[in-house]
Design a protein. Structure first.
Length: 456
């Protein structure tokens, strides 16, 4: 007998939509059928859309930045994510330079993540390693991790990795099945602009981190990807103009792009609305111009972007405001795991700019494919029973009190939306049931083996 039957809903699997019942046994999908099969429990999903559980490839829970720690730890962040239909996320290990600390940083992050209510994995993160790329990849894969994040900037905080190492790392990634991801900005350009002003204020964030900086670094990575055949992935791309350059120059198929909801919905006018508003919208890369936003939306709906991440990294309002005159010590970042899908559903699906299945691909299917989450991102027999049940007609307003983050503000305050997740299941157990947190499930670390993209 099946453990659970989810009946009466409409399935959107990222490619097709159809009415069917889903059956769960021992944490996996056991059957998809129009028939009523035996099950110990029946959940009525009439009127609901059933999606594969969303996967967020870019979150920062319990992130330490100087004297600050991001507002959401793994417990609160995963709970908020589950209310947003997310069933798996990928966080980051602390940046490493020496191979001797790899085991330590992994163990520390695993301990913190043990409170998660949904499944999780990690990206290795490097800061100009002092050991060869081949050894780095070997040690990374041994942990069950198949992705490595590099910074092309942040030399002043000693996190930047130089181009020679990156090039060799991409060469090795082609052979080993590892994804090399990039925070892509031109370090020299940023430092030059910082040196031009005596004071560094939040309102000047777009000047210090201009779109040209992102465009140059993204173009450089595209060139490296083309020359090496390696698997390159650019995180939190914020500039439509940078992607315009990539497309016009022939973006290689072995370069995949991620963007975030904030870059599709907000623009740099917030930095001109006074020091308080500017401080509350500090993130890197910053919000861009209306021109960038328009181009980014075009390429998003055209399918040039592969994935959506949230870069979820909120801080408390007081922590932002105490640095409103000191960008150098500002804890940058905003929240987004709980609102990500609903915002994009309203902006692009309900308006007819893209199909629901296209959005499902970007927030689930493609993430699983990119990062080798072989049991995730699909609705099919044998797959993990990770499911997100959306009420497409539920009206709600985003307020900080309506969310489940520990942060005390949201940049989306007052946004009126239609469409909300009402139930979320991880491996067949309800984390959210009918709008209430059930806590039935505990998250697991998901090992990821070598992944080889199908490129042309």
């Amino acid at each position: 007998m099946n453990d659970l039957a989810i009946v009466g809903g409409k399935i959107f699997d990222g490619f097709n939509s159809y009415d069917a019942n889903i059956y769960v046994k021992d944490s996996s999908i056991s059957a998809i059928s129009h028939d009523l099969l035996d099950a110990a429990e029946v959940y009525n999903a009439k009127g609901l859309y059933i999606l594969p559980g969303l996967i967020d490839p870019h979150v920062h829970f319990a992130l330490k930045l100087g004297k600050y720690t991001s507002a959401d730890d793994f417990e609160s962040g995963s709970k908020s994510a589950a209310f947003g239909g997310i069933t798996t996320f990928i966080d980051f290990l602390d940046p490493i330079t020496d191979a001797s600390v790899i085991k330590k940083v992994f163990s520390e992050r695993m301990k913190l993540a043990s409170t998660s209510h949904i499944d999780y994995s990690f990206h290795m993160t490097i800061a100009h390693p002092n050991f060869p790329p081949k050894k780095l990849i070997h040690r990374t894969l041994a942990l069950g991790i198949n992705s490595i994040k590099c910074f092309t900037t942040y030399s002043t905080s000693d996190r930047m990795t130089e181009d020679g190492y990156i090039f060799e790392l991409l060469e090795e990634s082609r052979k080993s099945g590892v994804v090399i991801s990039f925070h892509a900005e031109n370090d020299s350009m940023i430092n030059h602009r910082l040196s031009e002003k005596d004071s560094h204020l939040p309102k000047d964030l777009p000047f210090f981190h201009p779109y040209e900086s992102e465009a140059e670094a993204a173009s450089r990575i595209a060139t490296f990807a083309r020359l090496t055949g390696g698997q390159a992935y650019i995180v939190h791309n914020s500039s439509g103009r940078s992607v315009d350059m990539l497309v016009n120059n022939g973006k290689p198929s072995n370069l995949r792009l991620e963007t975030c909801p904030q870059y599709l919905t907000m623009d740099d006018s917030v930095y001109r609305k006074g020091p308080t508003v500017a401080a509350l919208h500090t993130l890197v890369p910053p919000l861009r111009s209306r021109r960038d936003l328009g181009l980014l939306g075009k390429y998003f709906t055209d399918g040039v972007y592969s994935t959506v991440g949230t870069d979820h990294c909120p801080f408390m309002k007081a922590e932002k405001l105490e640095n409103m005159n000191d960008l150098d010590h500002m804890p940058n970042g905003i929240g987004g795991v709980e609102t990500s899908f609903s915002i994009l559903y309203n902006q692009f699906v309900r308006t007819g700019f893209m199909t629901l299945n296209a959005l499902v691909r970007m927030q689930s299917v493609n993430v699983a494919d990119t990062f080798g989450l072989t049991q995730k991102g699909c609705i099919s027999p044998g797959a993990d029973a990770d499911l997100a049940l959306l009420d497409p007609n539920k009206k709600w307003e985003v307020t900080i009190n309506s969310l489940h983050t520990r942060a005390d503000y949201t940049p989306y305050e007052g946004m009126k939306l239609i469409g909300k997740f009402v139930s979320t299941l991880v491996r067949g157990k309800f984390v959210i049931r009918d709008g209430e947190f059930s806590g039935e499930q505990k998250g697991q670390f998901i090992e990821r083996r070598p992944v080889f993209w199908h490129t042309h």
